[in-house]
Design a protein around this ligand. Structure first.
Ligand code: MG
Length: 387
């Protein structure tokens, strides 16, 4: 028997109460015949994901996801990915199936890295840079419907810390439930730029508040002197034609696809939307294998791939390896505990990487280079991670 063969795939739901964005996640643990394990994570309701992954096989295109790769070799990433995708096409294709496959795929990289004693970025094709350059999305600590003045005040300590940590780029948000006129939005972004200063690249996330591309054009043209690095989530997610018209009308880079899955959706964005950056998420779009395929395709279109990043230290580790392997993307989004106090992000994993002069070091440990914090896992699930 080959000791590298996959013996068991488990979905381990994590559910923790939160008051703004969800902290829930679903750990994927893959164990090989030698007892080594890899970890990944999938976004989406953790109990639904777990039920989906364990749904009993019905026929060739409706296979139990946690059984499909048993006996396979983790390092055969592309073959494993296609087998999972094709074996769940009847109940899958997009959404939860891709979220679940993402979690398995990330765990396969971690396990294969440990088996072959190499960091994940080497398995992805190697290093194109010697350190990770993150951008940090900053959410002010105030209610989601706070007035702009309240949010601006709440931003002050975050921007102060951003300067202290010498970060290279930050993304500011227009609070998701606040109502703003277009003039107020312009003023809010301008005030943020004054506080951030001109030495840090600044991006904006208006959280899908506009529907009229002409209105967004007006706003971004008003802000030309503010020199935004990019604007994401400006228009409804699936309005590719609106993104195209907007991209052709403004000097600011336009982004999209943060909720998109698979290289097939990415292809639509690359062909039709005209955006400068696409943002498929590590734990939703299909994992690192699919991101690698998307990145290669994006190069042909001269588009950067800066994945949406949320969840725990597992996805954060995936982000570090992704950026080391990515040739053309200047910044990757990064959720760091220094700027975000969600307890699962802070506590679930070991080997947190410090921000040094705004950068994160190139990973050097085998696999993803992290592990599960046993004590915290037991505290929130009541279970032992090793059994
Ligand atoms: Mg976003």
């Amino acid at each position: 028997m080959n000791k590298n063969q996959i013996k068991k795939i488990e979905f381990l739901p994590i559910s923790v109460p939160a008051n703004n964005w969800s902290l829930d996640t679903c750990i994927v643990k893959i164990t090989d015949e030698a007892g080594r394990y890899g970890i990944g994570e999938a976004d989406g309701d953790p109990n639904v994901l777990t039920a989906f992954a364990n749904a009993n096989s019905q026929h060739k295109w409706w296979q139990k996801l946690t059984d499909i790769l048993i006996g396979h070799d983790p390092i055969e990433f592309d073959a494993n990915w296609d087998l999972m995708y094709e074996s769940t096409r009847w109940i899958g294709m997009r959404s939860f199936a891709l979220f679940a496959i993402s979690g398995i795929d990330i765990a396969l990289y971690d396990l294969a890295g440990k088996q072959h004693d190499v960091p994940v970025y080497k398995l992805m094709g190697g290093a194109f840079r010697d350190k990770v350059t993150p951008y940090f999305t900053l959410y002010p600590n105030c209610p989601s419907n706070a007035d702009p003045e309240v949010a601006l005040e709440a931003y002050k300590p975050l921007f102060a810390k951003a300067k202290e940590k010498k970060i290279k780029a930050t993304k500011i948000c227009l609070m998701q439930d606040s109502v703003m006129t277009k003039e107020q939005a312009v003023n809010y972004i301008r005030e943020c730029r004054k506080m951030v200063g001109n030495d840090i690249d600044m991006m904006i996330d208006p959280l899908y508040r506009w529907t009229d591309w002409e209105e967004v054009k007006w706003i971004l043209n008003e802000l030309e002197d503010v020199n935004l690095y990019f604007a994401e989530a400006t228009l409804p997610h699936d309005d590719l034609e609106g993104h195209r018209k907007l991209s052709q009308s403004v000097k600011t880079r336009i982004c999209g696809m943060e909720m998109g899955t698979s290289r097939f959706e990415a292809e639509q964005w690359l062909k039709y939307s005209g955006v400068s950056i696409i943002q498929p998420d590590y734990n939703r779009c299909g994992g690192l294998t699919e991101l690698r395929r998307i990145s290669h395709m994006a190069e042909q279109y001269s588009v950067q791939v800066s994945p949406h990043h949320w969840k725990t230290g597992i996805t954060a580790a995936a982000a570090r390896h992704f950026h080391i392997n990515n040739k053309y993307t200047k910044y990757v989004e990064y959720l760091h505990p220094d700027f975000y106090d969600g307890e699962v992000r802070k506590n679930l994993t070991t080997n947190e990487v410090p921000i040094i002069d705004g950068y994160l070091e190139k990973p050097h440990l085998p696999g993803l280079g992290i592990d599960i914090n046993r004590e915290y896992y037991k505290k929130i699930t009541g279970k032992d991670f090793d059994n």
